[in-house]
Design a protein around this ligand. Structure first.
Ligand SMILES: Nc1nc2c(ncn2[C@@H]2O[C@H](COP(=O)(O)OP(=O)(O)OP(=O)(O)O)[C@@H](O)[C@H]2O)c(=O)[nH]1
Length: 298
């Protein structure tokens, strides 16, 4: 179903339309194993009640050593091109990529940052406000994998704890045989788990896994945005006063109205809707959430 929201620009191309939840690369290092959208998100999308999500951009920051292939990865995805000549990124650059996720328009702003040390201070100024951090390394150069810890630490320093999805991505997959790649991946998966990141390996040259990877990024970021929006709205309606309206409860409780929805939420996440539009309070007088509780189930 095409979205009825936000007719900004031309419709997104068919390969940016995400209808079912994209699979992870390996369950051994994966942010979530579900193969469908969170029940609350599906309902919100069906009802077109995803708030401002369709109007917002989610910020994705790509970091990693120089020459690992950050620019090439982004260019392969956004423009479907590959250039074998190296041109260092100076500071930062970004692309905006539009999607339609579960019928809702959604955009990623993908920031390409410089890997060269001399540009690092410029690039790091753009880490703030990221919803997704992609830490990249070259599968043919293990030193670049060692450095990912530091890249991640630097990027996390600029963001609130627990607010970013983390990915560890091995690049230049085409340069390794299957066996050699698997060998590197053992270590990469171990590190990804340590970082609480999802692991992927890709090739910008052949395009292998590139679209699947960014679709996964978009779906995860979209789902979180919708859940945050629902939580924000539920916090703005503190006096629900009707148990029937609470469709997802603490500790993964099930819905009074939708008993089929058995999605587990993190303790403390409470989602509710007002009885009708008339009960929506004046936003200026709404009680803001005491603190964001952003921790997502696998
Ligand atoms: N064979 C192969 N080469 C790649 C791949 N991705 C990138 N390269 C090459 O690796 C070199 C570096 O790629 P870039 O994308 O410019 O690297 P970068 O990480 O953006 O570098 P900085 O901007 O300096 O941080 C270029 O010569 C690319 O052609 C890949 O998937 N396969």
């Amino acid at each position: 179903m095409r979205s009825s929201l936000v007719p900004l620009g031309p419709p997104v191309s068919q390969d940016r339309v995400i209808t079912s939840f994209p699979k992870c690369y390996t369950p051994a290092a994966c942010l979530q194993l579900r193969e469908h959208f969170h029940g609350q998100v599906s309902i919100a999308c069906q009802r077109r009640s995803t708030g401002t999500v369709g109007l917002r951009l989610s910020k994705v920051v790509v970091v990693g050593d120089l020459y690992v292939g950050k620019t090439s990865l982004i260019r392969r995805f956004c423009r479907n091109v590959f250039d074998r000549n190296y041109k260092a990124t100076i500071g930062v650059d970004f692309e905006i990529e539009r999607f339609e996720v579960a019928g809702i328009p959604y955009s990623l702003q993908i920031w390409d940052t410089a890997g060269q040390e001399k540009f690092k201070c410029i690039a790091s100024a753009y880490y703030r406000g990221a919803q997704v951090i992609i830490t990249t390394f070259d599968l043919t150069d293990l030193q670049t994998l060692d450095h990912t810890r530091q890249w991640l630490e630097d990027a996390l320093q600029e963001n609130e704890p627990g607010t970013c999805f983390l990915f560890l991505v091995g690049t230049k997959k085409d340069l390794l045989s299957g066996a050699a790649c698997e060998q590197v991946e053992v270590e990469a998966v171990r590190l990804a788990n340590e970082m609480e990141a999802e692991y992927w390996s890709v090739s910008a040259k052949t395009g292998e896994n590139v679209k699947a990877f960014f679709s996964r990024v978009a779906a995860l970021a979209f789902e979180r945005s919708v859940l945050q929006d629902l939580e924000r709205r539920s916090s703005a309606w503190p006096q629900v006063g009707n148990g029937d309206l609470i469709r997802t409860c603490r500790n993964g409780g099930t819905s009074a109205r939708d008993p089929g929805q058995r999605e587990a939420l993190q303790p403390g996440l409470l989602l509710a809707e007002p009885a009708s539009e008339a009960s929506v309070p004046d936003p200026a007088r709404a009680v803001p959430p005491v603190a964001w509780r952003v921790a997502w189930p696998c």
